[in-house]
Design a protein around this ligand. Structure first.
Ligand code: GFB
Length: 311
């Protein structure tokens, strides 16, 4: 049996660690993993030397500067710079060193703020972006276009997956940088443990979001690596969305919090709705399996155990 040398860029992040869990038991997979201390992906020379030396067969490009609405809105330079640099270094070095296939991870925020729902891949570049995260979105659009350009000019088999809002074990629970689901899990867990009678939720509670468990995303990425080789991006989502108010009620129930919810409407709502059209991926034969209720419960348990261990 021939061995596939697989580089997972960003293997300590939410997505990268899920890819490690998914791929580590594949009998023909040999995982190449480097921490930030071992390999600085923003250093072009280091990345080029790594690829020349290690010669991976496949690359999952999950390394990125990511964050929730506040981090995106307040640190735009970091979001556009770090993502452009990391993805350019990795995609170019992969192609130059004979990588057989690369999967680039984008985000549903590449689509216009007011795209028709559910959002099809064909909505790309048809209207203005959501202002709170346009810097990150522009970087991710550039990554997607770079993959398409390398395929067109060089025949490089680079594919692009566009996931919806993700959550799960290994997420960022820092309230200044996190996405809404880990933020709510932390706020409700702390409120229940402290006996607090109110939890603050940003915005009006009316925006609608779709959430996918990161283990489902990792499975979809491995599926696409095996079964898809084309230029258009592929949306990866659950197929249904819920309001932030409904999400807060779900997390309150999963954490046994019984106090009040206070909505701070001075905080931004962001895009009003973000539900992906997943028909392209469904037609290829993949579907997710971890429901939001089940995924939130297991992530609440994971987070509680992590806090108890103090790590
Ligand atoms: O998940 P989130 O930060 O990002 O926020 P986006 C989603 C919604 O939840 C917004 C509300 O309407 C927030 O105002 N929200 C309520 C909260 N309470 C909280 C809280 O305590 N923390 C946070 N973070 N939100 C991101 C983009 O947009 O989605 C990224 O900024 C990326 O670029 C990611 O694309 C997937 O869904 O609005």
């Amino acid at each position: 049996m021939s061995v596939r040398r697989i580089f997972i860029a960003g293997h300590r992040g939410l997505v990268g660690s899920a890819l490690v869990r998914r791929l580590q038991h594949e009998p023909d997979a040999q995982l190449l993993l480097r921490t930030r201390q071992q390999l600085d992906l923003s250093n072009q020379q280091d990345v080029a030397q790594f690829f020349e030396r290690e010669r991976p067969d496949e690359v999952y490009l999950a390394a990125a500067r990511v964050g929730g609405i506040l981090a995106n809105d307040t640190r735009p330079a970091e979001f556009i710079r770090d993502n452009l640099v990391i993805q350019t270094n990795v995609i170019d070095a992969a192609w130059r060193n004979g990588v057989r296939k690369l999967l680039f991870l984008g985000s549903s925020c590449i689509y216009p703020k007011l795209a028709p729902q559910p959002i099809s891949e064909d909505s790309l570049l048809t209207g203005p972006l959501e202002p709170t995260n346009e810097w990150y979105a522009i970087a991710k659009i550039a990554g997607l276009k770079m993959c398409q350009a390398y395929r067109k000019q060089y025949g490089f088999d680079a594919i692009c997956a566009m996931p919806t809002n993700l959550y799960g074990p290994g997420d960022n629970f820092d309230l200044a940088g996190s996405h809404v689901l880990p933020a709510l899990i932390r706020k409700f867990t702390e409120a229940r443990r402290a006996g607090a009678d109110e939890v603050e939720i940003w915005g009006t509670g009316k925006p609608r979001r779709e959430f996918l468990h990161v283990d489902d995303l990792a499975d979809a990425c491995v599926f696409l690596m095996k079964h898809y080789s084309d230029a258009p991006p592929v949306n990866v989502g659950w197929g249904e969305d819920i309001s932030i108010l409904e999400l807060a009620q779900l997390v309150a129930s999963a954490t046994n919090y019984t106090g009040r919810l206070h909505f701070d409407s001075s905080r931004p709502d962001g895009t009003p709705r973000k539900l992906l059209d997943v028909s392209r991926l469904s037609a290829l034969g993949w579907k997710p399996s971890i429901s939001l209720v089940e995924g939130v419960r297991s992530t609440v348990t994971w987070y509680g155990e992590k806090r108890d261990r103090n790590d």
